[in-house]
Design a binder for this molecule. Structure first.
Ligand code: PRE
Length: 369
């Protein structure tokens, strides 16, 4: 029971009255905003694109979120403020047309968390079992977008995703970064002193290697298809634990035994949003590029020199073996800037002149949240 004094009770009532008043203002304004979004949908419908009108606009969403952060008067953090606007915009878009998103499942994976972070909770999401299935589902038009992991700060690149771009015409429409916290979790029936097996995805086991060496040196580490799959298995085994994230623990009703066990505290994963739309410039963009070079001396230098010449910042360079012939390589390059800007267009032209093949995978807003 609360034991507030009379003057505290009075103050509390006053403040709650104020909050009620503010809430009704917020509700009215959100409804007004939602009605605007409905009108935007009408404009888009009659813009000549008809059935294929694009309701989701990544560049506009990035601008709205950035503005929410820039004008944030506090005391909420910029991230919290942007998260609130993320959900308002997600609900407004769902009124226009619910966006359908496929992600690397099953439910409870970090990729699902990334999809929710990027599209908000009003998106309709569909878990799929493999990265190439996500690509295929978007190509077939069964969903509007896909979410796939592309690199982890501890473990490096996700090869399946890069390789999928070699055979797909999909574009990169966005990126989202997620701080990855791994937890050791058990079920109701687990005997925590008798754990002989720990399940997780290979990447997660690698991200917690030192912690496992210290605390569970003699326990078998079993790599499974996803962290969510690991969590599911633990439900029926009295001598097993899983390493997975919050969502998996919640979804499968597991108890967290040790939290944040990743070796590096800044452990994060970057995910790509894939779709078939070219995204206009948002004012702070990145571009992803795939280039094959002839196998000759100086090829890498020729590839990178135009970026330096035009003052373009590279954020990532990866090499993968080409699928077409042995000992030839494909470079995946990410850099800051949009393909429509003058310096980027000039650099791309020069890179293209020296390359045997070049494909711009997409220009897209730099991740905001
Ligand atoms: O500005 C638009 O094009 C809108 O459809 C409105 C809105 C929003 O709620 O702000 C909704 C969905 C789009 O992805 C971008 C923005």
């Amino acid at each position: 029971m609360s034991e507030d004094k009379p003057e505290q009770v009075k103050r509390l009532l006053e403040l709650r009255d104020r909050i009620d008043g503010i809430d009704s203002d917020i509700a009215r304004l959100i409804s007004e905003r939602a009605n605007c979004a409905l009108e935007v949908a009408e404009v888009k419908k009659h813009s000549g694109e008809g059935e294929s009108a694009l309701y989701y606009r990544p560049e506009r969403e990035a601008q709205v979120l950035r503005r929410a952060m820039e004008r944030n008067p506090g005391p909420l953090t910029n991230e919290e403020m942007a998260r609130l606007f993320r959900e308002i915009m997600s609900a407004c878009l769902a009124l226009e047309e619910p966006v359908k998103v496929a992600y690397l499942g099953p439910e409870g994976t970090f990729t699902q968390q990334a999809a929710l972070k990027h599209f908000g909770h009003s998106a309709v999401s569909k878990p799929l079992a493999a990265i190439d299935e996500v690509f295929r589902e978007v190509e077939a038009g069964a969903v509007n977008y896909g979410v796939v992991p592309v690199e982890n700060s501890t473990e490096g690149v996700v090869n399946h995703t890069l390789d999928s771009f070699m055979t797909s015409n999909l574009q990169v429409c966005g990126e989202v970064e997620l701080r990855i916290h791994q937890h050791l979790m058990i079920s109701d029936i687990t005997r925590k002193d008798s754990i002989t097996r720990i399940y997780s995805h290979a990447q997660s086991l690698a991200q917690c290697r030192k912690w496992l060496d210290s605390y569970y040196p003699n326990v078998e580490r079993v790599a499974v298809a996803s962290n969510a799959e690991a969590a599911k298995r633990v439900k029926g085994e009295w001598n097993a634990a899983a390493i997975a994230g919050d969502m998996a623990a919640e979804l499968y009703g597991l108890k967290i035994l040790s939290e944040k066990i990743e070796d590096r505290p800044d452990n994060s994963t970057r995910f790509l949003i894939i779709g078939s739309q070219a995204v206009p410039a948002s004012g702070d963009d990145k571009t992803s590029l795939m280039v094959s070079m002839r196998n000759e001396p100086g090829a890498l230098h020729d590839l990178l020199a135009p970026f330096q010449k035009h003052g373009i910042d590279l954020t990532r360079v990866e090499t993968r073996p080409a699928q077409s012939s042995n000992w030839t390589y494909v470079f995946f390059i990410d850099f800051v800037g949009h393909r429509d800007s003058e310096n980027v267009a000039a650099a791309l032209k020069e890179v293209g002149a020296g390359a045997s093949d070049i494909k711009v995978l997409g220009s897209y807003p730099r991740g905001v949240l």
